[in-house]
Design a protein around this ligand. Structure first.
Ligand SMILES: [Zn+2]
Length: 149
């Protein structure tokens, strides 16, 4: 998506959890704990993938996109389909997306990545982007790129 920015990738954390599981330091009960809400979100708003669940290896993973941000008002914290995100990104200045992978077979779930979307991310081609007055509000977390490798 064009306005995607401040991407944080959680695949390292996921691999760490899977390692712990293989080593027997955590049980499947600890990691396969998708709530009924998360599973409903996966069924109704989820994005099917071709990737097999790393735990049960019998179902494909579903990605759920949760959106957060002040501009969303009462929609904050809800799941949205992937197709809805570009529309929101063109109407709102900035909102946070959390992507969670879920297995509807064994209830495995893990945060995959998070990123920002919204018109504030458009550079260059948008005319009249003189509103840089918000510099003091969200600068703290900018260009924070943890655990790249
Ligand atoms: Zn599974």
């Amino acid at each position: 998506m064009r306005t995607q920015r401040q991407v944080v990738d959680y695949s390292l954390q996921k691999r760490a959890v899977l390692r712990e599981l293989l080593a027997g330091r955590v049980g499947t009960y600890d990691v396969c704990d998708a709530s009924p809400y998360l599973k409903n979100a996966a069924r109704f708003h989820g994005e099917p993938t071709e990737r097999r669940c790393p735990i049960c290896r019998s179902e494909n993973l579903t990605l759920v996109h949760y959106i957060y941000g002040d501009e969303l008002k009462q929609s904050a914290g809800q799941a949205r389909t992937l197709a809805e995100l570009p529309v929101l990104a063109m109407t709102l200045r900035e909102f946070q997306v959390f992507v969670v992978e879920v297995c509807l077979g064994c209830d495995w779930n893990h945060l995959v990545e998070q990123y920002l979307l919204g018109r504030d991310g458009l550079t260059g081609d948008a005319e009249g982007t003189g509103e840089q007055d918000a510099a003091g509000t969200g600068g703290a977390g900018r260009r924070r790129r943890e655990a790249q490798r």
